[in-house]
Write a protein of this length. Structure first.
Length: 410
Protein backbone atom coordinates (compact mmCIF):
# COMPACT_ATOMS: atom_id res chain seq x y z
CA UNK A 1 0.00 0.00 0.00
CA UNK A 2 2.83 2.43 0.89
CA UNK A 3 4.37 2.12 -2.59
CA UNK A 4 1.21 3.63 -4.10
CA UNK A 5 1.34 6.78 -1.97
CA UNK A 6 3.98 8.60 -4.02
CA UNK A 7 2.48 7.97 -7.49
CA UNK A 8 -1.00 8.81 -6.14
CA UNK A 9 0.27 12.13 -4.80
CA UNK A 10 1.98 12.91 -8.12
CA UNK A 11 -1.20 12.13 -10.06
CA UNK A 12 -3.29 14.22 -7.69
CA UNK A 13 -0.90 17.19 -7.82
CA UNK A 14 -0.56 17.20 -11.63
CA UNK A 15 -4.30 16.79 -12.23
CA UNK A 16 -5.03 19.55 -9.69
CA UNK A 17 -2.46 21.78 -11.37
CA UNK A 18 -4.14 21.31 -14.75
CA UNK A 19 -7.47 22.34 -13.22
CA UNK A 20 -5.85 25.42 -11.67
CA UNK A 21 -4.19 26.38 -14.97
CA UNK A 22 -7.46 26.12 -16.91
CA UNK A 23 -9.23 28.36 -14.41
CA UNK A 24 -6.35 30.81 -13.92
CA UNK A 25 -5.84 31.32 -17.67
CA UNK A 26 -9.61 31.68 -18.27
CA UNK A 27 -9.24 29.25 -21.13
CA UNK A 28 -11.69 29.50 -24.04
CA UNK A 29 -11.40 27.34 -27.13
CA UNK A 30 -11.86 28.97 -30.53
CA UNK A 31 -13.83 25.98 -31.77
CA UNK A 32 -17.59 26.65 -31.98
CA UNK A 33 -18.76 23.31 -30.55
CA UNK A 34 -16.54 23.71 -27.48
CA UNK A 35 -17.91 27.15 -26.76
CA UNK A 36 -21.50 26.01 -27.29
CA UNK A 37 -21.10 23.01 -24.98
CA UNK A 38 -19.58 25.11 -22.20
CA UNK A 39 -22.61 27.41 -22.47
CA UNK A 40 -24.83 24.34 -22.15
CA UNK A 41 -22.97 23.17 -19.04
CA UNK A 42 -23.37 26.60 -17.44
CA UNK A 43 -27.08 26.65 -18.31
CA UNK A 44 -27.69 23.21 -16.81
CA UNK A 45 -25.62 24.04 -13.73
CA UNK A 46 -27.24 27.36 -12.90
CA UNK A 47 -30.80 26.94 -14.16
CA UNK A 48 -31.67 23.26 -13.83
CA UNK A 49 -31.76 20.85 -10.90
CA UNK A 50 -30.19 17.46 -11.64
CA UNK A 51 -33.67 15.99 -11.99
CA UNK A 52 -34.26 18.28 -15.00
CA UNK A 53 -30.90 18.35 -16.78
CA UNK A 54 -32.48 16.43 -19.63
CA UNK A 55 -34.35 19.67 -20.51
CA UNK A 56 -31.46 21.38 -22.27
CA UNK A 57 -32.54 24.54 -24.15
CA UNK A 58 -31.08 26.13 -27.29
CA UNK A 59 -31.72 29.76 -26.24
CA UNK A 60 -30.77 31.07 -29.66
CA UNK A 61 -27.51 29.13 -29.86
CA UNK A 62 -28.15 27.15 -33.07
CA UNK A 63 -29.63 27.44 -36.54
CA UNK A 64 -31.20 24.02 -35.99
CA UNK A 65 -33.38 25.25 -33.13
CA UNK A 66 -37.10 24.76 -33.60
CA UNK A 67 -38.77 28.20 -33.26
CA UNK A 68 -41.80 26.46 -31.74
CA UNK A 69 -39.81 24.34 -29.29
CA UNK A 70 -37.06 25.66 -26.98
CA UNK A 71 -35.49 22.29 -26.15
CA UNK A 72 -32.48 20.51 -27.66
CA UNK A 73 -33.90 17.38 -29.26
CA UNK A 74 -31.09 16.38 -31.63
CA UNK A 75 -28.58 15.47 -28.90
CA UNK A 76 -28.66 13.39 -25.76
CA UNK A 77 -27.12 14.76 -22.57
CA UNK A 78 -24.59 11.99 -21.87
CA UNK A 79 -21.57 14.25 -22.20
CA UNK A 80 -23.03 16.88 -19.85
CA UNK A 81 -23.88 14.65 -16.88
CA UNK A 82 -20.43 14.56 -15.26
CA UNK A 83 -19.41 18.21 -15.91
CA UNK A 84 -22.75 19.43 -14.54
CA UNK A 85 -22.33 17.32 -11.40
CA UNK A 86 -18.76 18.61 -11.02
CA UNK A 87 -19.92 22.20 -11.52
CA UNK A 88 -22.74 21.84 -8.99
CA UNK A 89 -20.07 20.68 -6.53
CA UNK A 90 -18.28 24.00 -6.96
CA UNK A 91 -15.99 23.68 -10.00
CA UNK A 92 -16.44 26.67 -12.38
CA UNK A 93 -18.91 25.56 -15.05
CA UNK A 94 -17.02 27.37 -17.84
CA UNK A 95 -14.08 24.99 -17.43
CA UNK A 96 -15.51 21.73 -16.10
CA UNK A 97 -15.98 20.16 -19.54
CA UNK A 98 -12.46 21.14 -20.65
CA UNK A 99 -11.04 19.68 -17.46
CA UNK A 100 -12.99 16.43 -17.64
CA UNK A 101 -12.09 15.97 -21.30
CA UNK A 102 -8.41 16.04 -20.37
CA UNK A 103 -9.12 13.29 -17.83
CA UNK A 104 -11.14 11.30 -20.38
CA UNK A 105 -8.18 11.37 -22.74
CA UNK A 106 -5.79 10.29 -19.97
CA UNK A 107 -8.08 7.37 -19.13
CA UNK A 108 -8.59 6.54 -22.82
CA UNK A 109 -4.88 6.00 -23.39
CA UNK A 110 -4.63 3.96 -20.20
CA UNK A 111 -7.60 1.79 -21.27
CA UNK A 112 -5.98 1.17 -24.65
CA UNK A 113 -2.81 0.14 -22.81
CA UNK A 114 -4.85 -2.32 -20.72
CA UNK A 115 -6.43 -3.72 -23.89
CA UNK A 116 -3.03 -4.22 -25.53
CA UNK A 117 -1.60 -5.72 -22.32
CA UNK A 118 -4.19 -8.51 -22.53
CA UNK A 119 -2.52 -9.80 -25.70
CA UNK A 120 1.18 -8.91 -25.55
CA UNK A 121 3.72 -8.67 -22.74
CA UNK A 122 3.44 -5.70 -20.40
CA UNK A 123 6.99 -4.46 -21.13
CA UNK A 124 6.09 -4.07 -24.81
CA UNK A 125 2.58 -2.73 -24.22
CA UNK A 126 4.04 0.23 -22.30
CA UNK A 127 4.84 1.82 -25.67
CA UNK A 128 1.17 2.86 -25.77
CA UNK A 129 1.63 5.08 -22.70
CA UNK A 130 4.26 7.36 -24.23
CA UNK A 131 3.97 6.94 -28.01
CA UNK A 132 0.20 7.20 -28.44
CA UNK A 133 0.04 10.74 -26.97
CA UNK A 134 2.63 11.90 -29.54
CA UNK A 135 0.20 11.95 -32.46
CA UNK A 136 -1.46 14.92 -34.21
CA UNK A 137 -5.01 13.97 -33.23
CA UNK A 138 -4.08 13.72 -29.56
CA UNK A 139 -2.32 17.09 -29.56
CA UNK A 140 -4.99 18.94 -31.55
CA UNK A 141 -7.68 17.79 -29.11
CA UNK A 142 -5.75 18.63 -25.94
CA UNK A 143 -8.16 21.35 -24.84
CA UNK A 144 -11.62 20.99 -26.30
CA UNK A 145 -15.07 20.70 -24.78
CA UNK A 146 -16.75 18.45 -27.33
CA UNK A 147 -17.93 14.86 -26.93
CA UNK A 148 -15.31 12.91 -28.91
CA UNK A 149 -13.07 12.20 -25.92
CA UNK A 150 -15.87 10.77 -23.77
CA UNK A 151 -17.18 8.71 -26.68
CA UNK A 152 -13.73 7.24 -27.33
CA UNK A 153 -13.30 6.41 -23.64
CA UNK A 154 -16.72 4.71 -23.53
CA UNK A 155 -15.83 2.62 -26.58
CA UNK A 156 -12.49 1.61 -25.05
CA UNK A 157 -14.25 0.65 -21.79
CA UNK A 158 -16.74 -1.37 -23.79
CA UNK A 159 -13.99 -3.23 -25.68
CA UNK A 160 -11.99 -3.91 -22.51
CA UNK A 161 -15.13 -5.17 -20.82
CA UNK A 162 -15.91 -7.52 -23.71
CA UNK A 163 -12.35 -8.86 -23.77
CA UNK A 164 -12.47 -9.63 -20.03
CA UNK A 165 -16.18 -10.44 -19.81
CA UNK A 166 -15.47 -13.81 -18.18
CA UNK A 167 -13.36 -12.31 -15.40
CA UNK A 168 -16.10 -11.05 -13.14
CA UNK A 169 -19.07 -8.77 -12.75
CA UNK A 170 -16.89 -5.64 -12.79
CA UNK A 171 -16.03 -6.16 -16.47
CA UNK A 172 -19.61 -7.09 -17.33
CA UNK A 173 -20.79 -3.80 -15.82
CA UNK A 174 -17.93 -2.02 -17.59
CA UNK A 175 -19.04 -3.45 -20.92
CA UNK A 176 -22.71 -2.51 -20.55
CA UNK A 177 -21.92 0.95 -19.12
CA UNK A 178 -19.50 1.76 -21.93
CA UNK A 179 -22.01 0.53 -24.50
CA UNK A 180 -24.96 2.54 -23.16
CA UNK A 181 -22.97 5.73 -22.51
CA UNK A 182 -21.59 5.61 -26.07
CA UNK A 183 -25.15 6.11 -27.32
CA UNK A 184 -26.04 8.67 -24.66
CA UNK A 185 -22.95 10.62 -25.72
CA UNK A 186 -23.03 10.32 -29.51
CA UNK A 187 -26.54 9.15 -30.24
CA UNK A 188 -27.32 7.29 -33.44
CA UNK A 189 -23.73 7.55 -34.70
CA UNK A 190 -22.69 5.07 -31.99
CA UNK A 191 -24.44 2.40 -34.06
CA UNK A 192 -20.91 1.70 -35.29
CA UNK A 193 -20.56 -0.42 -32.15
CA UNK A 194 -22.94 -3.11 -33.39
CA UNK A 195 -20.81 -4.47 -36.27
CA UNK A 196 -17.56 -3.75 -34.44
CA UNK A 197 -18.45 -5.56 -31.23
CA UNK A 198 -19.92 -8.44 -33.22
CA UNK A 199 -16.61 -8.77 -35.08
CA UNK A 200 -14.59 -8.61 -31.83
CA UNK A 201 -16.83 -11.31 -30.34
CA UNK A 202 -16.18 -13.43 -33.42
CA UNK A 203 -12.41 -13.00 -33.08
CA UNK A 204 -12.37 -13.74 -29.36
CA UNK A 205 -15.04 -16.32 -28.73
CA UNK A 206 -16.41 -17.93 -31.87
CA UNK A 207 -15.45 -21.56 -32.30
CA UNK A 208 -16.48 -23.63 -35.33
CA UNK A 209 -18.75 -26.62 -34.69
CA UNK A 210 -19.67 -25.32 -31.26
CA UNK A 211 -23.40 -24.85 -30.75
CA UNK A 212 -23.05 -22.77 -27.59
CA UNK A 213 -22.38 -19.18 -28.58
CA UNK A 214 -20.14 -18.18 -25.68
CA UNK A 215 -20.76 -14.66 -24.37
CA UNK A 216 -23.03 -13.73 -27.27
CA UNK A 217 -25.70 -13.26 -24.64
CA UNK A 218 -23.87 -10.16 -23.39
CA UNK A 219 -24.18 -8.46 -26.78
CA UNK A 220 -27.90 -9.21 -26.83
CA UNK A 221 -28.35 -8.17 -23.19
CA UNK A 222 -26.52 -4.86 -23.72
CA UNK A 223 -28.84 -4.07 -26.63
CA UNK A 224 -31.90 -4.77 -24.48
CA UNK A 225 -30.49 -2.54 -21.72
CA UNK A 226 -29.95 0.19 -24.31
CA UNK A 227 -33.58 -0.04 -25.47
CA UNK A 228 -34.73 0.21 -21.84
CA UNK A 229 -32.52 3.27 -21.24
CA UNK A 230 -33.89 4.99 -24.34
CA UNK A 231 -37.44 4.22 -23.24
CA UNK A 232 -36.81 5.67 -19.77
CA UNK A 233 -35.00 8.65 -21.30
CA UNK A 234 -38.03 9.36 -23.48
CA UNK A 235 -40.34 9.21 -20.45
CA UNK A 236 -38.00 11.47 -18.46
CA UNK A 237 -37.73 14.04 -21.26
CA UNK A 238 -41.49 14.09 -21.87
CA UNK A 239 -42.26 14.42 -18.16
CA UNK A 240 -39.92 17.41 -17.74
CA UNK A 241 -40.58 19.23 -21.04
CA UNK A 242 -43.97 17.99 -22.22
CA UNK A 243 -42.49 17.11 -25.63
CA UNK A 244 -41.46 13.77 -27.17
CA UNK A 245 -37.77 13.26 -28.01
CA UNK A 246 -36.95 10.11 -29.99
CA UNK A 247 -39.20 10.92 -32.97
CA UNK A 248 -37.84 14.46 -33.19
CA UNK A 249 -34.26 13.21 -32.80
CA UNK A 250 -34.68 10.81 -35.71
CA UNK A 251 -36.30 13.42 -37.94
CA UNK A 252 -33.62 16.05 -37.27
CA UNK A 253 -30.54 13.81 -37.46
CA UNK A 254 -31.57 11.55 -40.35
CA UNK A 255 -33.80 13.75 -42.47
CA UNK A 256 -33.56 17.49 -41.92
CA UNK A 257 -29.88 17.85 -41.09
CA UNK A 258 -28.75 15.37 -43.72
CA UNK A 259 -30.57 17.42 -46.34
CA UNK A 260 -29.08 20.70 -45.08
CA UNK A 261 -25.53 19.37 -44.70
CA UNK A 262 -25.62 16.82 -47.48
CA UNK A 263 -23.46 16.74 -50.55
CA UNK A 264 -24.10 19.23 -53.34
CA UNK A 265 -22.09 17.23 -55.84
CA UNK A 266 -23.86 15.82 -58.89
CA UNK A 267 -22.23 12.42 -58.61
CA UNK A 268 -23.35 10.26 -55.70
CA UNK A 269 -20.56 7.73 -56.30
CA UNK A 270 -17.82 10.36 -56.60
CA UNK A 271 -18.95 11.97 -53.37
CA UNK A 272 -18.69 8.65 -51.50
CA UNK A 273 -15.27 7.94 -53.03
CA UNK A 274 -14.19 11.42 -51.97
CA UNK A 275 -15.38 10.74 -48.43
CA UNK A 276 -13.49 7.45 -48.37
CA UNK A 277 -10.23 9.01 -49.57
CA UNK A 278 -10.65 11.89 -47.14
CA UNK A 279 -11.02 9.59 -44.13
CA UNK A 280 -8.13 7.39 -45.27
CA UNK A 281 -5.85 10.42 -45.59
CA UNK A 282 -6.92 11.84 -42.22
CA UNK A 283 -6.32 8.49 -40.55
CA UNK A 284 -2.80 8.22 -41.97
CA UNK A 285 -1.96 11.83 -41.15
CA UNK A 286 -3.24 11.50 -37.60
CA UNK A 287 -1.06 8.40 -37.24
CA UNK A 288 2.14 10.35 -37.78
CA UNK A 289 4.98 9.92 -37.02
CA UNK A 290 4.31 6.24 -36.30
CA UNK A 291 2.51 5.44 -39.56
CA UNK A 292 5.49 6.78 -41.52
CA UNK A 293 8.00 4.98 -39.31
CA UNK A 294 6.12 1.72 -39.83
CA UNK A 295 6.40 2.10 -43.61
CA UNK A 296 10.13 2.78 -43.24
CA UNK A 297 10.57 -0.23 -40.92
CA UNK A 298 8.76 -2.53 -43.36
CA UNK A 299 10.91 -1.31 -46.25
CA UNK A 300 14.11 -1.81 -44.25
CA UNK A 301 13.06 -5.31 -43.27
CA UNK A 302 12.24 -6.18 -46.88
CA UNK A 303 15.61 -4.92 -48.10
CA UNK A 304 17.35 -7.07 -45.49
CA UNK A 305 15.28 -10.26 -45.69
CA UNK A 306 13.42 -9.96 -49.03
CA UNK A 307 10.26 -10.78 -47.07
CA UNK A 308 7.30 -8.58 -46.22
CA UNK A 309 5.32 -11.01 -44.12
CA UNK A 310 6.08 -11.21 -40.44
CA UNK A 311 4.98 -14.07 -38.18
CA UNK A 312 3.08 -12.83 -35.14
CA UNK A 313 2.01 -14.89 -32.13
CA UNK A 314 -1.65 -15.89 -32.18
CA UNK A 315 -2.54 -13.46 -29.38
CA UNK A 316 -0.89 -10.57 -31.25
CA UNK A 317 -2.78 -11.50 -34.42
CA UNK A 318 -6.06 -11.41 -32.49
CA UNK A 319 -5.17 -7.98 -31.11
CA UNK A 320 -4.35 -6.71 -34.61
CA UNK A 321 -7.75 -7.85 -35.91
CA UNK A 322 -9.56 -6.22 -32.97
CA UNK A 323 -7.76 -2.89 -33.33
CA UNK A 324 -8.10 -2.88 -37.13
CA UNK A 325 -11.86 -3.39 -36.97
CA UNK A 326 -12.48 0.16 -35.73
CA UNK A 327 -10.77 2.19 -38.48
CA UNK A 328 -12.03 -0.18 -41.18
CA UNK A 329 -15.69 -0.17 -40.09
CA UNK A 330 -15.67 3.53 -39.16
CA UNK A 331 -14.24 4.58 -42.52
CA UNK A 332 -16.56 2.34 -44.53
CA UNK A 333 -19.74 3.39 -42.73
CA UNK A 334 -19.01 7.10 -42.54
CA UNK A 335 -17.88 7.21 -46.17
CA UNK A 336 -21.45 6.54 -47.26
CA UNK A 337 -22.75 9.41 -45.12
CA UNK A 338 -23.75 12.72 -46.70
CA UNK A 339 -21.90 14.60 -43.97
CA UNK A 340 -18.13 14.85 -43.75
CA UNK A 341 -15.84 15.93 -40.90
CA UNK A 342 -12.58 14.69 -39.41
CA UNK A 343 -14.12 14.37 -35.94
CA UNK A 344 -16.81 11.92 -37.09
CA UNK A 345 -14.35 9.02 -36.92
CA UNK A 346 -12.37 10.34 -33.95
CA UNK A 347 -12.28 7.05 -31.97
CA UNK A 348 -10.94 5.25 -35.05
CA UNK A 349 -7.77 7.37 -34.97
CA UNK A 350 -6.81 6.14 -31.51
CA UNK A 351 -7.45 2.50 -32.35
CA UNK A 352 -5.55 2.87 -35.63
CA UNK A 353 -2.59 4.51 -33.91
CA UNK A 354 -2.57 1.76 -31.29
CA UNK A 355 -2.60 -0.79 -34.12
CA UNK A 356 0.34 0.95 -35.80
CA UNK A 357 2.37 0.91 -32.58
CA UNK A 358 1.65 -2.78 -31.91
CA UNK A 359 2.89 -3.70 -35.40
CA UNK A 360 5.76 -1.20 -35.42
CA UNK A 361 7.39 -2.54 -32.27
CA UNK A 362 7.36 -6.00 -33.86
CA UNK A 363 9.13 -4.70 -36.98
CA UNK A 364 11.56 -2.25 -35.37
CA UNK A 365 14.37 -3.65 -33.16
CA UNK A 366 15.54 -0.08 -32.51
CA UNK A 367 12.17 0.92 -31.08
CA UNK A 368 12.07 -2.22 -28.96
CA UNK A 369 15.53 -1.41 -27.55
CA UNK A 370 14.45 2.15 -26.80
CA UNK A 371 11.38 0.79 -25.02
CA UNK A 372 13.58 -1.49 -22.90
CA UNK A 373 15.85 1.45 -22.05
CA UNK A 374 12.83 3.55 -21.09
CA UNK A 375 11.50 0.76 -18.89
CA UNK A 376 14.79 0.69 -16.98
CA UNK A 377 14.74 4.45 -16.33
CA UNK A 378 11.09 5.40 -15.69
CA UNK A 379 8.34 3.52 -13.93
CA UNK A 380 5.34 2.87 -16.22
CA UNK A 381 2.81 4.67 -14.02
CA UNK A 382 4.84 7.90 -14.34
CA UNK A 383 5.20 7.83 -18.12
CA UNK A 384 1.59 8.54 -19.05
CA UNK A 385 0.85 11.19 -16.42
CA UNK A 386 3.93 13.24 -17.30
CA UNK A 387 3.22 12.95 -21.04
CA UNK A 388 -0.36 14.04 -20.38
CA UNK A 389 0.67 16.99 -18.21
CA UNK A 390 3.43 18.28 -20.49
CA UNK A 391 1.22 18.13 -23.59
CA UNK A 392 -1.54 20.10 -21.86
CA UNK A 393 0.95 22.74 -20.72
CA UNK A 394 2.29 22.88 -24.30
CA UNK A 395 -1.25 23.33 -25.64
CA UNK A 396 -1.84 26.19 -23.19
CA UNK A 397 1.42 27.73 -24.32
CA UNK A 398 0.30 27.56 -27.96
CA UNK A 399 -3.00 29.10 -26.90
CA UNK A 400 -1.17 32.16 -25.56
CA UNK A 401 1.24 32.38 -28.49
CA UNK A 402 -1.71 32.48 -30.90
CA UNK A 403 -3.41 35.25 -28.92
CA UNK A 404 -6.16 33.09 -27.45
CA UNK A 405 -6.02 35.09 -24.22
CA UNK A 406 -7.11 38.32 -25.94
CA UNK A 407 -10.59 37.88 -24.44
CA UNK A 408 -9.02 39.03 -21.17
CA UNK A 409 -8.54 42.47 -22.68
CA UNK A 410 -11.96 42.66 -24.30
Amino acid sequence: MIRYIKPTLIYFCLISLVAILLIATKFQARENDSRLYTIFVTQLTLDKPLSEIVALEWRGQSEYADPHNPYVRDHFIGQFIFPVILSKLGFPSEYSLYFLNTLYRLLLIFMLYLIVKEFIEKETAIIILWALPLTPINFSYQLRANHEQLLSLCIALCVLGLIKINKGILYQILFITGFVFSFLTKGLAAIILFPTLAFIWFVLYFKPNQKKMTNLVWLIFSFLVLLLVFYLYELWFKKVTGYPLIEAYYQIQIYERSLQEGSTTNSFLMQKIGNFLYYISRTLINGLPWSLLLIVAIIIKYLKTKKLKSEFPKSTTMLIWILASFPVIYILLFSISDRLAQRYIFPAYYFFNTLILVILIQYSPALKKFQQYLNSKIKPHYILIWMWFLLIVSALGMYFLKGGHNHWIS
